[in-house]
Ligand binder design. Structure first.
Ligand SMILES: Cc1cc2nc3c(=O)[nH]c(=O)nc-3n(C[C@H](O)[C@H](O)[C@H](O)COP(=O)(O)O)c2cc1C
Length: 311
């Protein structure tokens, strides 16, 4: 933030690689959420297995999604194994970065694994950002994941980022529409109190999330991390929206102010930087403090100090 890139946030066309992945996952999630009207099929040990949900045992195999009348809706590609994923990730990262540059995007967000909310990549911010910067050349890169205060901003700039992309810190902004219980946990949690998982998958499956540990994650871990539908409390409703609709345990969304019920049991998006968030403040004060990080990055080319000095 506060570099030239950040000053133009309001008008620039912001494009995040993570957001692109998110969009793809979102359209798939909408389909799968309708699982009452579709069934899933795959082959396991030579036998055809059918379920009204994605079949966890077939996660590395092709699954077919069929409509209620038996016609093919779509084919769901297998999730690669860990080894395949490492190789694919590297190729994907290079390809994504090049595609972004070729497509004429104004800037790219490089999101490290310590980030809160939906997280796509495996690399930490410290190693990811300079690699993306090197691939993209002149295209501005914003660093995201674990940047919470002026020190994080200075570090991001030192890694070659032109600005930062911050989520978790703004959960403490007075303006943020989050449930009071969620905010209180953000203000009091340590950095090791987050979990990276695909646990909160109802409505948005196959999209890893970093959330605060809570009763739902603790019970699931205590039960040995079972797959759906054997997770503790599967099928229960934990909270309610103002329109009366119920929110199931394992729903992907986090609790807003107007939620009633057990907000603490819901998906509480937060990154590892949560351990550095201690006080509720207006968003403008948070931005000013982050901008001050530019003043402790001496000698970094392109950093404009004079107009960003804060009290
Ligand atoms: C509450 C919350 C909601 C988020 N929602 C989205 C989202 O809808 N789409 C997206 O691409 N990233 C989302 N993210 C991830 C952020 O865009 C960003 O990459 C991340 O917050 C940066 O890491 P940090 O949380 O350590 O600051 C969200 C993050 C948080 C904390």
């Amino acid at each position: 933030m506060a570099s030239e890139s950040l000053r133009s946030l309001g008008v620039a066309r912001l494009v995040s690689l993570a957001a692109l992945a998110t969009l793809a996952a979102c359209s798939f999630g909408a389909l799968a959420a309708d699982s009452g009207r579709v069934i899933y099929q795959c082959e396991l040990n030579g036998k055809k297995v059918t379920s009204d949900r994605l079949i966890p045992e077939c996660v590395n195999k092709e699954q077919r999604q069929l409509n209620a009348d038996g016609s093919l809706n779509r084919i769901i590609a297998p999730v690669p194994t860990a080894d395949e994923r490492t190789e694919l990730d590297q190729k994907q990262r290079d390809a994504d970065a090049k595609r972004a540059a070729d497509a004429g995007f104004d800037l790219v967000v490089a999101q490290g694994r310590e980030a809160g909310g939906h997280v796509r990549g495996d690399m930490g911010t410290m190693t990811l950002v300079p690699q993306v910067v090197d691939i993209l050349g002149k295209l501005p890169v914003l660093a995201g994941g674990g940047i919470v205060d002026r020190r994080g901003v200075a570090a991001a700039i030192a890694l070659g980022a032109r600005g930062v992309w911050v989520g978790t810190r703004f959960l403490a902004a007075t303006e943020a529409n989050i449930h009071p219980q969620y905010r209180q946990l953000v203000l009091t949690s340590n950095g090791d109190n987050t979990l990276y998982s695909e646990l909160f998958d109802i409505g948005w499956p196959n999209a890893p999330l970093r959330t605060l540990k809570n009763a739902t994650t603790r019970n699931w871990e205590a039960a040995g991390r079972p797959a759906t539908p054997r997770r503790p409390g599967e099928g229960e409703h934990v909270a309610r929206r103002p329109d009366g609709s119920e929110i199931p345990r394992y729903f992907f969304g986090s609790p807003t102010r107007d939620i009633t019920g057990d907000a603490e049991a819901m998906a509480l998006y937060a990154g590892e930087g949560v351990g550095l968030v201690h006080a509720e403040q207006p968003a403008a004060a948070i931005v000013s403090e982050l901008a001050a990080g530019l003043n402790i990055a001496p000698g970094i080319a392109g950093v404009r100090k004079s107009s960003t000095r804060s009290a």
